[in-house]
Design a protein around this ligand. Structure first.
Ligand SMILES: NC(=O)c1ccc[n+]([C@@H]2O[C@H](COP(=O)([O-])OP(=O)(O)OC[C@H]3O[C@@H](n4cnc5c(N)ncnc54)[C@H](OP(=O)(O)O)[C@@H]3O)[C@@H](O)[C@H]2O)c1
Length: 385
């Protein structure tokens, strides 16, 4: 059997590809940007081998070489720029490619990737005869909602905070109306590997850490060591859960629900034992040399310095200020029916968030620049190491 994946050179997609290699005897064809299949395959193999080593799964490298190949394509092109007749029969399509940008200046690009791209993947799946489509979305299509979020297709009326959340809602709606056998897979905030702590991404929690570092360095340039004494206000609810979930748990749940779960179903790939904002944020602030913040509910009293931090972390408001938990009934039922190892929870006692943060900050320290992880990521994805 052959699975077709998008986004397999990325953080979540690579982990899903490794999980499929581990748990099935199947082949993987991965849609990868590149001038031709050979160049795209080289880049794919680099990315997957890099992730396998980081996750202590170098034993999968022969399977990567033997059972994965790239097809050159681009989800922003009609039909993803792929000739369907050049592919073998496809058992399932797994769509993880997306833009995780959120800033206004990238609005058109984000829309093209996450909305037009979802439509192009649907069209490609139809041209391939309509295999099931496992579409990776985000639990934060819930936007500003609070309380328990159920596993139902995103509500277009929900208040969102940025283009990313909005386009992920639209992507879900396209998939749910496609007429294909779809599943929507919704990770929360994906962090590094549960055992090795390693990560190949600089978004989510890692983007937040980078924003804190840039903020601290900017303030130090202008005001010296003021931040050693001053707690900056942060608009957040310290008692809200902060749903960090390790990438290997997301991959395991994805493959479980993608292979065994009923279709036309939404699945939360979240962590019921996630920490709370108060403790987790204190650890993230401390890891970057900042005092834990002072929690506030609005920006009325903000100084210009406070506003700088607020601007830098605005993207994360859905995580921080709107207390919600994600129902996992569908995911847990699929795991139970498939009799898959069910340690769905990843408890994060005090100090755990700090360990994940330190792994990432070490990458930055090794290079001296905040953009180091982004460059390293680019280097291995392009094969220019
Ligand atoms: N990371 C998280 O915390 C998180 C949380 C919830 C949901 N998600 C969802 O998980 C999915 C994957 O996210 P991620 O963190 O793995 O992102 P990522 O590391 O940035 O990976 C994005 C992937 O998409 C590919 N891609 C980008 N533009 C493309 C295009 N035009 N055509 C084909 N492929 C393209 C990238 O390929 P290149 O190598 O060519 O750049 C890469 O493989 C997304 O749907 C995201 O919304 C992520």
């Amino acid at each position: 059997m052959t699975h077709l994946l998008t986004g397999a050179t990325g953080f979540v997609g690579a982990a899903m590809a490794l999980e499929l290699l581990d748990r099935t005897p199947d082949d993987l064809r991965c849609l990868v940007r590149g001038p031709d299949a050979a160049a795209a395959t080289l880049r794919l193999h680099n990315a997957l081998s890099h992730a396998a080593r980081l996750y202590d799964r170098a034993d999968l490298i022969p399977a990567i070489a033997g059972r994965t190949r790239a097809v050159a394509g681009d989800v922003t092109e009609p039909g993803c720029g792929v000739d369907p007749s050049a592919l073998p029969p496809v058992t399932a399509v797994w769509h993880a490619a997306a833009s995780l940008r959120f800033e206004d200046r990238y609005a058109a690009e984000i829309h093209t990737m996450n909305v037009v791209g979802a439509g192009n993947v649907v069209d490609l799946a139809k041209a391939l005869g309509g295999p099931p489509l496992n579409h990776v979305s985000t639990a934060y299509v819930a936007g500003a909602r609070t309380g328990t979020v159920t596993e139902t297709v995103a509500d277009p009326a929900v208040r969102t905070h940025n283009h990313y959340e909005r386009t992920k809602i639209e992507g879900e709606l396209i998939v749910a109306r496609s007429g294909l056998d779809w599943r929507i897979l919704r990770p929360s905030i994906v962090i590094g590997h549960s055992r090795t702590l390693a990560v190949t991404s600089y978004s989510g929690m890692y983007g937040f850490l980078s924003a804190l570092l840039v903020f601290r360095r900017t303030v130090e340039r202008n005001f010296g060591h003021l931040l050693r004494f001053k707690a900056i206000p942060l608009i957040a609810d310290p008692d809200a859960p902060l749903d960090f979930v390790p990438v290997d748990l997301v991959a395991r749940d994805s493959v479980t629900v993608g292979l065994h779960g009923p279709s036309e179903t939404v699945y939360h790939l979240t962590n019921p034992a996630a920490p709370f904002v108060g403790g987790a944020i204190a650890e993230l602030f401390e890891s970057t040399g900042l005092r834990p913040p002072r929690y506030v509910t609005g920006d009325g009293q903000f100084t210009s310095m406070d506003r700088k931090l607020d601007d830098a972390v605005e993207f994360y408001s859905s995580y921080l200020a709107y207390a919600k938990t994600f129902d996992r009934a569908n995911t847990d039922a699929a795991a139970a029916a498939a009799v898959v190892r069910t340690d769905a929870e990843f408890p994060m006692p005090p100090g755990t968030v700090r360990r994940f943060a330190d792994w990432y900050l070490e990458l930055i320290r090794a290079d001296g620049r905040v953009s180091a992880p982004a460059r390293q990521l680019f280097a291995y994805r392009t094969g220019r190491r």
